[in-house]
Design a protein around this ligand. Structure first.
Ligand code: GLN
Length: 482
């Protein structure tokens, strides 16, 4: 009998090598569990049982033949349903793509397949990855396994819910404004958004192409690092990807944080934090000091403009990226008189309200007469924020601040007020606007629900960032401070 909740990537690897389990039995065990558990969680949109068991068999053959296997071989993962796996449905949480079958594998899927990872299924998300709670899904709404009356966060809510309920060892998500880190934080997990360009976006259904990044959600920093090692790197099919090599073992390089300067951004006012967040944050800073880090206050003067800037740039790109869903390709097509009517009817019928809101907003900020006032201005503000981050990283090695202002909220709490929903991204969006990497690790106050602590680093300094996050995780007993 395998205890699913104790499994990590490292553990699975050693169990497989010692022949204590087979990849096939492990995979089967996961599906048996998912069959009952997911009725209450709704993490998965689609299960890939036959394919997964076939993949697992291949790994077992390799082990039996004493072939070398990678760290991820036989590791059961969940994949957000906006990442293409060839031949399988990929809905992006939208009725528009309810019947769309992917014609090719995303770059990360190719890399993970090569490494021998096993895909259990595709996970639920907000439609086209827009939202902060997964409630914008046109299909099942995943629940937070820590409290079923609460959202798992969004938009990679299904991915986080799958891992937190032990229905997968780790998962892949996408993060445009926080969609990996925020659900990880709401579900007590680690969520990593790599530097923009560290991971190829080929085969990720585009939301806001200049901000989108794929990243792992895992039970600990080590597992997130193992996944990053496999998925990072240059891909000629994504011209924004960079030749970035990441070694998971780099997270063990330093044994403490002596000589490391950590910046606290003074514009992020701790006086506004909820009591329990303030408590867990304070304990986190004490741990960092115990590790030998020096903590200093620094300024990123325009950081508070990140959110308004994001909600101009992102919808502009959304309106352009989603133009391809026109009723002629990919999607079902409404019968109508003229071509224009087909567009109107199809888009009217198959896009949900939040998607429509953003397309309208994006079209507005790009339209003649408003382009200069909104879109162009937002790009200038983004350049300014990027420069200020750059200056900050000349003074300090890392920045830290919380991942979200509140723990997981209740279903329906923010659905009537889009602005309240947008404001929940206030601490995650700056890293996307600046293009820098960020990782969220769980921290707890006195209440049972977790918060997240973010470590933010300069471009492509994932090694330093994850090394610090790993040390923090150890000294803080996974954020429980016991
Ligand atoms: N919550 C943010 C939004 O609604 C982030 C989405 C994302 O990262 N995909 O846009």
């Amino acid at each position: 009998m395998i205890t699913l909740h104790e499994l990590t990537i490292k553990k699975i690897h050693s169990l497989l090598l010692q022949k204590e389990i087979s990849a096939f039995d492990l995979t089967k065990e996961f599906f048996d569990y998912i069959e009952t558990k997911d009725k209450e969680i709704n993490a998965y949109r689609l299960l890939l049982k036959d394919e997964a068991l076939r993949q697992a068999n291949e790994i077992d053959k390799k082990i039996a033949a004493s072939e070398n296997i990678s760290f991820l071989a036989g590791v059961p993962l969940a994949i957000k349903d906006n990442i293409l796996i060839r031949n399988y449905l990929t809905t992006a949480g939208s009725k528009m793509l309810a019947h769309y079958r992917a014609a090719y594998d995303a770059m990360i899927i190719q890399s993970l397949k090569k490494a021998g990872a096993i895909f259990l299924g595709k996970t639920n998300l907000d439609e086209f990855a827009m939202g902060s709670s997964s409630e914008n899904s046109a299909f099942e709404k995943p629940k937070n396994p820590l409290d079923l009356s609460r959202v798992p966060g969004g938009t990679s809510g299904g991915s986080a819910a799958a891992v937190a309920s032990h229905q997968a060892v780790a998962a892949l998500g996408s993060d445009t404004g926080g969609s990996v880190r925020q659900p990880a934080s709401f579900c007590g997990l680690v969520g990593l958004k790599p530097t923009y360009g560290a991971v190829s976006r080929f085969g990720l259904i585009a939301m806001s192409s200049s901000l989108d990044q794929i990243g792992p959600i895992a039970k600990n920093v080590e597992d997130a690092a193992y996944i990053l090692e496999i998925i990072a790197g240059k891909d000629s099919r994504d011209e924004t990807s960079e030749n970035f090599q990441f070694q998971a073992r780099s997270i063990y390089e330093r044994k403490d944080l002596r000589g490391i300067k950590i910046g606290l951004v003074k514009e992020i006012e701790t006086s506004s934090f909820e009591k329990d967040l303030a408590l867990s944050y304070q304990k986190s800073l004490t741990c960092l000091q115990q590790l030998g880090a020096t903590i200093e206050e620094i300024s990123i003067p325009h950081i508070s403009l990140s959110l308004p800037c994001y909600y101009v740039l992102m919808p502009a790109e959304v309106s352009s990226n989603l133009a391809r869903f026109d009723g002629l390709r990919y999607s079902p097509s409404e019968k109508a008189g003229s071509l224009k009517d087909v567009y109107f009817e199809t888009r009217g019928e198959y896009f949900g309200p939040e998607t429509k809101r953003r397309i309208i907003l994006g079209t507005f900020v790009l339209s003649s007469g408003y382009y200069d006032a909104y879109y162009l201005k937002a790009r200038l503000v983004q350049a300014l924020i990027k420069k200020e981050f750059e200056e900050a990283f000349q003074k300090v090695d890392l920045l830290v601040w919380p991942t979200t202002p509140t723990p997981a909220f209740k279903f329906g709490e923010k659905t009537e007020d889009p602005l309240a929903m947008y404001l929940s991204d206030i601490f995650t969006v700056p890293a996307n606007i600046a293009g820098v990497p960020a990782v969220s690790v769980p921290i707890y106050g006195e209440e049972p629900l977790p918060y997240g602590l973010q470590f933010i680093a300069y471009h492509f300094q994932e090694a330093k960032m994850l090394n610090a996050a790993y040390l923090f995780e150890q000294i803080s007993n996974y954020g429980k401070f016991l």
